[in-house]
Design a protein around this ligand. Sequence first.
Ligand code: NAD
Length: 268
Amino acid sequence: MGVLEGRVALITGAGSGIGKGVLQRFVEEGSRAVVVERMADRVDQLRGEFGEEVAVFHGDVSRLEDNKAAVAEAIRVFGQLDIFVGNAGIFDQFITLADFPEDKLGDAFDEQMAVNAKGILFGAKAAHEELAKTQGCMVFTASVASFNSGGGGVLYTASKHAVLGMIRQLASELAPDVRVNGVAPGGVATDLRGLETLDQHLSSHSSRPENVERVRANAPMQRALYPDDLVGSYLFLACKELSGTITGTTVLNDSGSSLRVRRPAPTT
Ligand code: NAD
């Protein structure tokens, strides 16, 4: 019997990458799930891959009504909601403020925040009452960019700092009924897309072989990260039998890349 037997999860951005890995593992562990995915071809693929244990909702996390409809779908199809994984995201591909076209800065900020930050806020708003009924939990996808510079450009870094703030504030507000935690990945080889405002949305920085190799070579653990390396962290935080007294915490899973490394001693 899996550790999530009898649970129902809502997972956003589960059509690819980390979210898809989490979905697969949660189902293996006995959970049923509703997923929210924006890209139509990924929605079709998910519907073909999973059976009745997964309900696929074609929607956009930056719209409150889509989050509410996905929660309603979980209740209609499965009768309860135990876990909300706020994961859908987009990436600014490290663009610096100096390089930013001035006429796109405002729209790019709005687009970045709408998905990475507002998407989680709306999901939490839509889900918290149902989660309270089951003494459930939320797990948000943060990032190394939630803690420091260098994990993205200024927009992505700001959006992931916002996610960290929401984890802490909502953990405090929703206790003792709902736990709220996060997972902060380092660079993961996925199809993470860029911003449409900057015409980056058809390409992924994270999946380029040279970038995967750079992440591996620079990490103290000397390991590139793939979605399967992250799923255990989500499972741990989602399972109340494993982490029932943990709230407001974010698990850094980055192959050690955030560590300060020992620099060679100066030669005299
Ligand atoms: P991914 O692109 O493989 O998966 C993200 C999924 O979210 C995609 O299927 C995409 O279509 C979907 N999505 C995007 N915007 C959406 C929206 N508005 N509504 C619904 N679905 C939407 O990328 P991933 O790397 O697995 O990203 C998942 C999360 O992990 C993101 O929040 C990302 O910021 C975070 N993250 C990724 C990395 C990395 O290096 N890949 C590192 C740290 C954090």
